[in-house]
Design a protein around this ligand. Sequence first.
Ligand code: AMP
Length: 112
Amino acid sequence: MSTIFKKIIDREIPADIIYEDDLCLAFNDINPKAPVHVLVIPKKEIASTDDIADEDKELIGHLFTVIRDLARSLNLGDGYRVVANCGPHAGQEVPHLHYHILGGRRMTWPPG
Ligand code: AMP
């Protein structure tokens, strides 16, 4: 069964997409936890960080250069946080690898 993020990739459901290329998609989180809350996802169906294969190294590196460029274009020069929840203890809700870019306010640490 395809996840909600796969449905966004396939344009079966709408999303506020701010970036797309051959390998990935970025869109605004529907329930933002910060003034800027963007999700960056690979088009390849990878369930979580734990499911990344060795052959995905280049793809994961690409996602992070996209994250870097998006953070710059979103004026997050004061700093931002990149989060990947993995599995039930981290509260992962959608089983499709995604990186949260959170910014626009000061973050607290440690996270809850
Ligand atoms: P996680 O808890 O790390 O799995 O995060 C899943 C994120 O996906 C949450 O921040 C949700 O608000 C977000 N989300 C769920 N459905 C959608 C959607 N249709 N469009 C945009 N963001 C979504």
